[in-house]
Design a protein around this ligand. Structure first.
Ligand code: SF4
Ligand code: SF4
Length: 441
C-alpha cells in the first residue's frame, strides 16, 4: 500500500476499497463515522439503535459524532493503525437527511487527508443536490440502497418517505423514492463516481424482484450490486419475516449476476464500524468513540470557555430550565478561572430563549448542567454548544471537558434531541422511534 508520509493514510487508489474489491478486504479496512442520526424515510425492517455494542448490523452505533469530533476521532484511529484505506458515512440514519453534518465531515476530512478514499451510503432520496460537491471532494464510492423498482413492491417496504415538508405514504412514497434514487444514480455516474447498489432481500416481499432491480440499476450505470439478507429486528414491522436462506440468497445473486457484477462479502456493518471487514468493534474502540463524543462539537479555537449551570459557582447543580445564571470558566495553564457570570434570557418562547442563550455563549464549547430538556440540547447543539449532564464539582467537569475525558452518561444522549424511549419523539431523529413521519414539531 502506498502511504502518505505526512498524513499516515493510504494514497487514493480506488481499488483499495475493501467493500468494492474482494481482494482488498484482507489488507485494507474502513472506518464508518456516525455523524448522520436522522433519516428521511422509514424502512419497515429498520430500527436505528444506539449503544448496542453486541449487535452488528447497519444502523447501530454507540454514539453520534459531530463533524469536528469525527475528524478528531479519525486522526486518533490513523495514529493507532495503518490499514484503513477508506472513511465512510453510513448512518446511523441517512447521510443526506443530515446534509450539513455529512458534507462538513467530508470537507474536513478531505482537507486533512487529500489522499484518503471517501465513501457514503444513502437511501438516495436527497443525494442529488449534493452530487456536484461530492465529486469536487473526490468522494470515490457511493452506495444507494434500492429495494424495489416497482412501486407496488416498494410500498410494502417503506412506511413513509419525507421530502422537506411533505410526507408520502404507500405507492406514492415508493414512487417518489425510486424516482430520486434513479436520478441520483445517473447523476453520480455522470461524475465518474463508482456506484454500488445495496438491495435488502426480504423473503416474500422482494425476493422475486431481484432480476428486475439489477437490470434497471445496471441500465442506469451502477457498477456493482450487493444483495444483503434482511436481518429481522425486534420491534419493527418486519420482525416476523424470517431471514432469507442461503439457497434463496444464492438464487437471487444468480438472477442479478446476469445484469451486473455482484459483491459477495458484505458484513452488514454497524454505522461506527472500524477495521477490516468482519473485525468486531473492540471495547477499546467503543471507549475511544465515546471519549471523542465528549469533545466540543466545534473546533476549539473559537470557543475557549466552558459554561456551567450553577447556584453558587462551586458545583454544577442547576437544571437548565430553572437556572437564572451561567458561570463561564476559562483555562490558564493548569488552572481554571472564572471569566464572567451571565444571565440566562427569560423572555420569548422556549425556542427563542435557547437561541438567545446560544448567542450569549458563543465563546463556550460546552455547557455543564445538572439536567436539561430536549429542546435546549437540540437548539444549543445546532449552534455548536454541547450540553453535558455533569452534576458535581465544577472543577471536575472542567477537567473532563478540557482534558476530553470520557464523561459517563454522555454517550446515551447521543447528539439527539430526544431520548429513544420518549413517546412521540421524532421518527427521523435517529433515536429509534418509529413515529408517523410528521417530524419533531
Ligand atoms: Fe431505511 Fe433510513 Fe433505516 Fe437506512 S436508516 S435502513 S434508509 S430507515
Ligand atoms: Fe462494506 Fe457491507 Fe460493511 Fe457496507 S455493510 S461497509 S458494504 S461490508
Amino acid at each position: 500500500m502506498l502511504m502518505n508520509k505526512k498524513t499516515g493514510s493510504a494514497i487514493l487508489e480506488i481499488s483499495n476499497h475493501p467493500c468494492f474489491d474482494d481482494k482488498a478486504r484482507h489488507k485494507y479496512g474502513r472506518i464508518h463515522l456516525p455523524v448522520a442520526p436522522r433519516c428521511n424515510i422509514q424502512c419497515n425492517f429498520c430500527d436505528r439503535q444506539y449503544d448496542c455494542v453486541n449487535e452488528s448490523r447497519p444502523g447501530v452505533t454507540s454514539v453520534v459524532l459531530s463533524p469536528h469530533q469525527a475528524l478528531a476521532y479519525l486522526k486518533k484511529v490513523f495514529a493507532l493503525r495503518k490499514d484503513i484505506s477508506v472513511a465512510g458515512i453510513a448512518g446511523p440514519g441517512d447521510p443526506f437527511a443530515n446534509p450539513e453534518e455529512t458534507m462538513e465531515t467530508l470537507r474536513l476530512i478531505r482537507k486533512a487527508y487529500p489522499d484518503l478514499l471517501l465513501c457514503v451510503a444513502t437511501n438516495g432520496l436527497n443525494i442529488f443536490p449534493y452530487i456536484e460537491e461530492l465529486a469536487k471532494l473526490r468522494v470515490s464510492h457511493i452506495t444507494i440502497t434500492i429495494n424495489a423498482v416497482d412501486p407496488l413492491i416498494g410500498e410494502k417496504i417503506y412506511a413513509w418517505v419525507r421530502d422537506k415538508m411533505n410526507v408520502y405514504r404507500g405507492k406514492e412514497a415508493a414512487e417518489v423514492l425510486l424516482c430520486r434514487q434513479l436520478e441520483g444514480l445517473i447523476g453520480i455516474k455522470k461524475h465518474g463516481i463508482t456506484a454500488k447498489i445495496n438491495t435488502i432481500i426480504i423473503s416474500g416481499v422482494n425476493d422475486g424482484h431481484i432480476a428486475e432491480i439489477s437490470r434497471k440499476v445496471s441500465e442506469a450505470g451502477a457498477d456493482i450490486m450487493n444483495l444483503i439478507p434482511m436481518y429481522a429486528v425486534a420491534g419493527t414491522a418486519f420482525e416476523n419475516i424470517p431471514e432469507p436462506s442461503s439457497g434463496l440468497l444464492e438464487n437471487c445473486r444468480k438472477d442479478a449476476s446476469r445484469f451486473i457484477p455482484i459483491m459477495r462479502h458484505c458484513m452488514r456493518c454497524r454505522s461506527d464500524a472500524v477495521g477490516l471487514l468482519g473485525e468486531k468493534l473492540s471495547p477499546e474502540n467503543v471507549s475511544l468513540l465515546k471519549s471523542y463524543a465528549s469533545l466540543p462539537l466545534e473546533g476549539q479555537e473559537r470557543r475557549p470557555y466552558v459554561a456551567c449551570a450553577s447556584r453558587e459557582g462551586i458545583s454544577v447543580n442547576m437544571h437548565l430550565g430553572r437556572a437564572e445564571k451561567i458561570y463561564v470558566y476559562g483555562r490558564g495553564g493548569d488552572t481554571y478561572k472564572l471569566i464572567t457570570v451571565r444571565k440566562i434570557p427569560k423572555s420569548g418562547g422556549a425556542g427563542e430563549r435557547w437561541l438567545k442563550l446560544a448567542g450569549t455563549l458563543k465563546d463556550c464549547r460546552a455547557l455543564l448542567v445538572e439536567a436539561a430538556g430536549g429542546a435546549p440540547r437540540e437548539i444549543l447543539g445546532k449552534q455548536g454548544i454541547k450540553i453535558i449532564t455533569f452534576p458535581g464539582l465544577i472543577e471536575k467537569g472542567l477537567e473532563a471537558v478540557y482534558g476530553a475525558d470520557y464523561i459517563p452518561g454522555l454517550a446515551d444522549q447521543g447528539n439527539c434531541a430526544r431520548r429513544k424511549t420518549e413517546p412521540g419523539s421524532d421518527p427521523s431523529c435517529g433515536c429509534g422511534c418509529k413515529g408517523g413521519g410528521g417530524g419533531c414539531g
